[in-house]
Design a binder for this molecule. Sequence first.
Ligand code: NAP
Length: 247
Amino acid sequence: MPENILILGGTAEAAKLARLAHEKLAGRARIVVSLAGRTRATAASPVETRTGGFGGAAGLADYLRAEGIALVVDATHPFAARISANARVACAETNVPRLQLVRPPWTMPKLARVTWAADLGEAAMLLPDMSRAAFLAVGGRGMAAFETIDTVRLVARAVEMPGEKPAHIEVILGRPPFAVEAERELLERLKVDAIVARASGGASGLAKIEAARDLKLSILLVRRPDPEPGECVASVEDALAWIESRI
Ligand code: NAP
């Protein structure tokens, strides 16, 4: 009988891991990817997918039992802290081994003019003293933190047009990955003097930081939450090896 493996997803890394595990472990593992269902458009995948919240840690524990899940890989976004905490609790309760796939943190490019904020609220407080026009790369829901700012022209990027958004924030659409050259062109075209982003880590997100550094823009970064305690790897390949060694 193949082992049931749950990958908590919503990231490019999760999608890649799911695809590789599905191909490489065919017959030995049934891979299920879980998505929160925040966005509508997702790339077609051959891997079984379930969508929507579980109902907190207790709901996730129920799901793990009901589906006979043998392993969980938490490959969610570094800022998706709640689902990662729920996964830790649910896996501990059900004795299901859990691995976190956590993007390597960014090494700041030389000469980057970085100011750090503890969270989006602090970033919104700091921004008016740093900028007249800023690019927000804080996710569709993150832009709400900037709704009271009326002294800075704000352009935010989101994967999908948010249902509700502060009226004074212009939204442009874009789906990662982004290349440095394209990010540089975008920031020049928008005529911004600062960029606000979450320090998510990983290679593709760093492009906007490198572009901002090249253009000598101010860079306001929100620190990422620490991963949950427990086993962690930084690459899809290591996550795949972890699964393979346990089935
Ligand atoms: P979050 O704050 O940690 O989670 C909020 C709730 O959403 C969770 O308690 C859970 O609901 C549900 N949920 C989250 N991820 C889920 C998943 N993979 N499968 C099933 N339910 C999930 O997470 P978030 O920041 O809203 O992010 C939601 C999803 O988008 C994550 O899967 C993440 O990987 C992806 N994502 C997030 C960001 C970001 O900036 N935060 C960026 C890119 C992608 P229940 O408690 O009901 O189970």
